[in-house]
Design a protein around this ligand. Structure first.
Ligand SMILES: Cc1ncc(COP(=O)(O)O)c(C=O)c1O
Length: 447
């Protein structure tokens, strides 16, 4: 049989034929900007500071081979079989170890193993969101969450972040407005620790206040915490889940950033009535999470060195973050500013207001460098002069070169703006506008 060929282009006539069949929700589905970008940045010559890729080249190939060989020799039939929808008890034991390392102690019955944290977000959306429901998230928010909430036709409201994470006072104001309109948000979605995309961490005071609000209003909060263990500075803070005890905080975790995203293993933690519905949703979605990769995690954790590997990742990422901060100070122009994360994978940079990072990306790609334009982290037309930069996926040298190239393209844009408008922005004029509450380190100050 000849190999199956993918059709290169969908013809307009085909589109018309199918369009009448699409569900209404497809009209509000959004593409994940990161997925689109990954296709463009796959060219080997491109230095990609766009993805959220952990450096999987650091995982010892020999151990991987030994673990998979043991599975093949000792439990091939089971590892190749379907498994329970909730996941294996042994996987849940590994999850309890990971959560325990951050001070959390959930009931194993409240945990479901999912196909990545992304599926956990999707299942929570599927369980809780009706069309038109309000979901509150941070501004900026995890770009991969926006398409999920949109696909369930949520009305997404964003609450501004600063260097201490989501501004809880602003959240209270939003809640009061919603109260006045007779609307109750389905949940607040937050990445409180080393946030994707901004790299910021919610302060303890705000964490406590958010949990208090959740309790007093009986409002659910979804804490998405892929990066909590990737801390390279400062003191650990208790997760929202720990502060709340799991009554109103639903938790999303993942092995992607502490082990591998390729194994697609994550989890959700929720109280029994919510979990019951999440399990039904998961059954309908994919029956169960990969048995094979759950076996791999079980083997890997049995060796008892998973935290050593996380520590080794922290050492590497700390160095890369420092390389990126130094390169930003050297190559980004006056008027640019950026966050200084104490962990995680991302720095968020804000540029002079007249620069559109979507346009800038098109120009940067011609110089073989990529980043995520800030607009991907907002619903609606905001964040256009900001960008997310990843420092975990490439080495120090590429980080320096990538930032140098982006800096050069920004400088060109500033010159072009000056030539077109006759306005040659000074440091003050070029500075990010007041409403950009995130930046707190400015190139011009030369710190
Ligand atoms: C905040 C956040 N949540 C969820 C995910 C999804 O991760 P995964 O599905 O690989 O567990 C990511 C990935 O980058 C993320 O940054």
């Amino acid at each position: 049989m000849p190999p199956h060929r993918r059709r290169a282009h969908t013809r307009t006539r085909d589109l018309e034929r199918y369009a009448g069949l699409f569900a209404e929700r497809t009209g509000v589905m959004r593409s994940s900007a990161m997925r689109d970008l990954m296709a463009v940045t796959a060219r080997p010559e491109v230095i990609s500071l766009a993805g959220g890729l952990p450096d999987t080249s650091t995982f010892p190939a020999k151990s991987f081979a030994a673990q998979m060989t043991r599975i093949a020799q000792e439990s091939a039939a089971e590892a190749l079989q379907y498994g329970p929808t909730e996941g294996f008890d042994e996987t849940v034991d590994c999850i309890l170890q990971v959560m325990g390392a951050e001070g959390m102690l959930p009931d194993p019955q409240d945990v479901i193993v999912t196909t990545g944290g992304q599926q956990a977000i999707d299942l929570i959306g599927k369980t809780l969101i009706d069309p038109g429901d309000v979901v509150i998230c941070e501004a900026p928010t995890y770009p991969g969450a926006v398409p999920v909430f949109c696909s369930y036709q949520a009305d997404v409201v964003q609450v501004e972040c600063d260097e201490e994470g989501m501004r809880i006072e602003d959240l209270e104001a939003v809640l009061a407005e919603l109260d006045a309109a007779g609307r109750r948000p389905k949940f607040v979605y937050s990445v409180p620790t080393f946030q994707n995309p901004a790299g910021v961490t919610m302060s303890l005071q705000r964490r406590n206040r958010l949990v208090e609000l959740a309790r007093s209003r009986e409002m659910l909060v979804v804490e998405d915490n892929p990066y909590g263990l990737l801390r390279f500075g400062g003191e650990p803070l208790p997760p929202l889940y720990q502060l709340d005890g799991g009554d109103f905080v639903l938790y999303v975790g993942t092995f992607s950033k502490i082990l591998s995203p390729g194994i697609r293993l994550g989890w959700a933690v929720a109280p029994p009535p919510v979990m019951e519905k999440i399990v039904l949703g998961k059954q309908a979605a994919d029956l169960c999470t990969s048995t094979l990769t759950q076996y791999f995690v079980r083997e890997y954790f049995a060796e008892g060195r998973w935290l050593d590997y996380v520590e080794s990742l922290c050492d590497i990422y700390r160095r890369r973050r420092d390389a990126m901060l130094a390169a930003l100070a050297e190559h980004f122009p006056a008027g640019a500013s950026w966050t200084e994360p104490e962990g995680g994978l991302f720095i968020w940079a804000t540029l002079p207001e007249f620069i559109d990072t979507g346009d800038l990306l098109a120009r940067a790609l011609r110089d073989d460098v990529a980043f995520v334009p800030g607009g991907a982290a907002y619903v609606g037309d905001r964040g256009r002069n900001s960008m997310r930069l990843n420092f975990s996926g490439v080495g120090d040298e590429e980080i320096r070169e990538g930032v140098r190239r982006i800096g050069k393209v920004i400088a060109e844009q500033i010159d072009l703006y000056g030539a077109l408008t006759g306005d040659h922005p000074t440091v003050e004029a070029a500075a990010a506008p007041e409403e950009n509450v995130l930046p707190f380190r400015k190139a011009a100050e030369g710190e």
